[in-house]
Design a protein around this ligand. Structure first.
Ligand code: 2NL
Length: 347
């Protein structure tokens, strides 16, 4: 046997060992090239047969050809086995993609948001548009344009949170104390007729107690047009009150003062708990205050360039947390923003 020929037994042992160990199709192909390919080890043996004497050629040739068939058969078998185990793995891993997943914990809307949406819906259905404005405002929009001059008590440092920024020795920026500044911006930019409601967070520098928070959500409304009267204000707010507190609510006005309206008033509804008999919620009066309102002061209309002889308007403002407290019987406003899930999960 020529020296570059290996013994068939050696080839067979190695070939079978390596075939056994082949993990995938790529390894099988490498194995095939190494043993049965054109320059494969067994192929070289078969080629070298030509140089042998006839007798040896016949025996060795027969053995080598048998080994070739055996190894080819073994390769096919191994291929089939690999394919089977791949399918087995798939069958093993099969999942039913139509099964529902594990349920995700569902959140909920904050009670303020829930009531805010109901309040806004009631005004949107009457033709008002919702607009929002910045929480950091200029003194001009928050106070000056609303007839709250420099020496007005509402500007006292104990009620306004000023931004630490000076211009000409004054602090012209603040956290808005109500959402009215946005209504001024709307009037500056558009002409009547105007029907807007402005929701948003407002800030006050004051100690908290069951009915006061340093942050609260306000909704203010404004309607300006020719011929707007106190009757429009009453009709609009009565409709609102009945949508939020029940269709049988009675409404009543009482005098109040706000620098930006004349006349100014508070709106009260008959107590929905005791029906007017007198209880704790209505402080035994039978009536509950729900918001402040009035006819827009003509000075404000003139200052934004409207002709106050031609146009009149009404405006109102309410605290959303207060409305939510009345609806749900919540006794402490501080519960809204103390992040206690035992409270929040109830709504
Ligand atoms: C309250 C009272 C009120 C207004 C807000 C308003 C806005 C403009 C002009 C005139 Cl631009 N008025 N807003 C009017 C009356 C009352 O809010 O107690 N809110 C919590």
């Amino acid at each position: 046997m020529p020296s570059d020929n290996e013994s068939l037994t050696q080839i067979e042992t190695q070939a079978r060992r390596e075939l056994d160990a082949a993990p995938d199709e790529d390894a099988l192909e490498r194995w095939r090239v190494a043993f049965l390919g054109r320059r494969g080890r067994l192929t070289l043996v078969l080629r070298s047969l030509a140089d042998l004497p006839v007798g040896e050629r016949r025996t060795l040739g027969a053995q080598a050809n048998r080994l070739k068939r055996d190894l080819e058969g073994a390769l096919q078998e191994k291929k089939a086995e690999l394919a089977r185990s791949a399918t087995d793995a798939l069958v093993e891993e099969r999942i039913d993609v139509t099964l529902p997943g594990p349920p995700l914990p569902r959140g909920r809307l904050h009670p303020t948001t829930q009531t805010l949406r109901d309040v806004l819906d009631s005004f949107v259905s009457m033709g008002f548009q919702v607009v929002e404005g910045p929480e950091i405002e200029w003194d001009h929009y928050n106070f000056e344009a609303l007839r709250i001059p420099k020496d007005h008590p509402a500007r006292d440092m104990w009620q306004t949170l000023w931004i630490d920024y000076e211009q000409d020795g004054e602090r012209p920026m603040l956290l808005r104390t109500h959402t009215s500044p946005m209504q001024i911006r709307v009037m500056e930019q558009t002409q009547p007729p105007i029907r807007v409601v402005v929701p948003g967070r407002c800030y006050r520098h004051e100690a908290t107690d069951p009915t006061h928070e340093w942050m609260m959500t306000q909704v203010e409304g404004l309607a300006v047009d020719e011929g707007i009267s106190l009757g429009d204000l009453k009709g609009t707010l009565a409709d609102f009150a009945r949508r939020i507190f029940g269709p049988d609510r009675k409404v009543a006005f009482r005098c109040d003062y706000f620098p930006f309206v004349e006349p100014g008033m508070e709106l009260r509804i008959d107590c929905f708990l005791c029906g007017g008999e007198g209880c704790r919620t209505c402080s035994r009066t039978g009536w509950i205050e729900i918001l402040g309102a009035g006819m827009v002061h003509p000075d404000i209309l003139d200052a934004v360039g409207y002709d106050s002889e031609r146009y009149t308007g009404f405006a109102f403002g309410m605290g959303v947390e207060r409305i939510a407290m009345l609806r749900h019987g919540i006794e402490d406003i501080r519960l809204f923003y103390s992040n206690d899930l035992r409270f929040l999960r109830q709504f």
